[in-house]
Design a protein around this ligand. Structure first.
Ligand code: TYD
Length: 142
């Protein structure tokens, strides 16, 4: 499936307990150019968002606070990734249906995206997604 987990560079304070600092840099740390950053917050435990796939967009998801489960589907398989560490990022490419379930109140999901917001890049209908994923696979194979 078109996703992977990456470690985000992190500076931890070794001598004093002043917390950690994680960062990623455009053109250095991600396999795409960052054109947009957005974050989702104020979400209650048990809420699920997402329910869409993208046609071309690549994204890096980081749960910078709290705990979120991301469910991923590509038309053949289903996997769940649990995000609760701000030094771990989840890269999701096009053609992956994803939902994000909040496991703790007020968890924060920060996303770096490869393009500007475009409503036309979304597939929000599940059956349309299944067709799209199948065609995408045929294109990759030929
Ligand atoms: P959406 O991507 O559907 O969020 P989620 O999958 O977390 O529910 O976006 C929610 C709304 O916000 C939708 O009306 C589109 C709008 N939006 C923007 O205007 N700009 C953005 O960069 C994003 C990500 C969403």
């Amino acid at each position: 499936m078109n996703y992977s987990l990456i470690n985000i560079k992190t500076c931890s304070s070794l001598h004093k307990d002043i917390g950690n600092l994680s960062f990623f840099e455009a053109e250095k740390d991600l396999p795409f150019e960052i054109k947009r950053v957005y974050y989702t917050y104020g979400v209650k435990k048990g809420e699920t968002r997402g329910f869409h796939s993208h046609k071309t967009l690549h994204q890096l998801l980081v749960c910078v606070y709290g705990s979120i489960t991301v469910a991923l589907e590509d038309g053949h398989s289903y996997e769940e990734v649990h995000l609760d560490d701000p030094s771990v990022g989840l890269l999701i490419g096009p053609g992956v249906w994803h939902t994000m379930k909040w496991l703790e109140d007020d968890s924060v999901l920060c996303v770096a995206a490869s393009d500007y917001y475009d409503a036309g890049d979304y597939i929000r209908d599940y059956y349309e997604f299944l067709d799209y994923a199948e065609n995408l696979e045929e294109k990759i194979e030929s």
